[in-house]
Design a protein around this ligand. Structure first.
Ligand code: TXA
Ligand code: MG
Length: 356
């Protein structure tokens, strides 16, 4: 069991953060402590990325496996060049256009990045977040901040402070409450040490947009959440992810979801995680993610809906799938993992899974 820490919680204006809060948090980072802060994607659990002991505290607070590397957050390109070398000119040109924003580049690392931070790899993932609180915190701290999502390992990423209070009180030094995060799914991760580059995790910076910047992008099956990643490509992807404690099944399509719900409704206690449009056609327990016409709304509420399922008095959940375009690719990647890849097309299918 982890020794309990005193955790300071401070509210902040997410658009124009108060200097006093940022300075207090920056002091914690400089003293090699841990701070949970909002980004435009999800909340991050940060510490000084250049110090192995500080970095180690992140792994301990999250129960994270040591071979699952952190994303290093920077606030300027100057800071990038202080910690990595040999980023090809064509890549820095792209970084200048897309940063700050919800996209992470895997590049070659130098000795400045400790192996603890990079999970033992010779590459490192780097991102310049677009959230004013995150940017200001990195700048005032004066060091790059290593920050994975601020959830316990295997749990859904936090998009609201209430998710963090549930899990992280006593495990970190400080929590900055900047309200709900904007996108609700984690950044796009692209490995630019490969040619053509490989999409390791789809996110708010969409594949369609990436294709405007790169002639070709490799999209492995696991980037869609279909099957496990090769360890060599992306170590973090092999671990269980985004899992509520209750079982969730992913319906093959909306029609099968509706049929399954109708036929199981009187026999089982479950909740349907679905769009507003589909929800309007269904009876029983529902968790609405958003409109089918607005996948950004669905993404924003996705992890919160998985956590809501855990709090409901039901035995399992059935989730509706979404079209895999735009941010829909990121939604489906997270949903497939949350459902541990169990896709059901009929009530019989689902009942069979329940018995295993
Ligand atoms: O939006 C985000 O990216 C959030 C916020 C806090 O910035 N952070 C986040 O970090 O989602 P995390 O640790 O939960 O996810 C990082 C992912 C992991 O799947 C990890 O395996 C992958 O990035 N990754 C990190 N470094 C890598 C590397 N050198 N090579 C391949 N994959 C790497
Ligand atoms: Mg994570």
């Amino acid at each position: 069991m982890l020794a309990s820490k005193m955790t300071i919680v401070k509210k902040v204006n997410p658009v124009n953060p108060e200097d006093s809060v940022i300075e207090e948090a920056a002091r914690v980072i400089r003293n090699n402590g841990t701070v949970i802060f909002p980004t435009e994607t999800v909340y991050g659990l940060g510490a000084n990325a250049l110090d192995p002991e500080a970095s180690m505290k992140i792994f301990i607070a999250k129960n994270r496996q040591p071979d699952n590397p952190l994303i290093v957050h920077i606030h300027s390109l100057e800071q990038l060049f202080e910690i990595v070398e040999d980023v090809p000119e064509n890549i820095t040109r792209i970084m200048k256009k897309v940063w700050p924003g919800p996209i992470t580049f895997v590049v070659k690392k130098t000795d400045k990045i400790p192996l603890v931070t990079s999970g033992g790899l010779q590459t490192v993932a780097i991102r310049m977040p677009a959230h004013p609180v995150a940017l200001k915190l990195i700048e005032v701290s004066g060091v790059p901040i290593g920050a994975p999502s601020a959830n316990l390992a295997t749990r859904p990423s936090p998009t609201k402070v209430e998710h963090i209070i549930d899990e992280m009180m006593g495990r970190v030094d400080m929590i900055i409450d900047g309200g709900e995060t904007f996108f609700g799914v984690e950044s796009t991760v692209i490995d630019v040490t490969k040619n053509p580059p490989v999409l390791l995790r789809p996110g708010p910076f969409t594949l369609e947009e990436l294709r405007n910047y790169f002639d070709d992008v490799i999209v492995p099956d696991f980037a869609q959440g279909k099957g496990e990643a090769e360890v060599a490509l992306s170590p973090g992807m092999k671990y269980k992810h985004y899992a509520p404690t209750k079982r969730v099944f992913l319906a093959k399509n909306t029609e099968s979801l509706i049929r399954i719900v109708h036929s199981l409704r009187s026999k089982y206690r479950f909740a349907t995680i679905c769009s507003r449009e589909t929800g309007a056609m269904l009876e029983g327990n529902k968790i609405i993610t958003g409109s089918k016409e607005n996948l950004y709304e669905v993404a924003k509420n996705l992890f919160d809906s998985l956590r809501k399922l855990d709090r409901m008095e039901v035995d399992f959940g059935i989730a509706e799938p979404y079209p895999e375009r735009g941010i829909g690719l990121a939604i489906m990647n997270r949903l497939r993992k949350a459902c541990a890849f169990t896709v059901v097309s009929s009530a019989e299918d689902l009942i069979q899974y329940l018995q295993t």
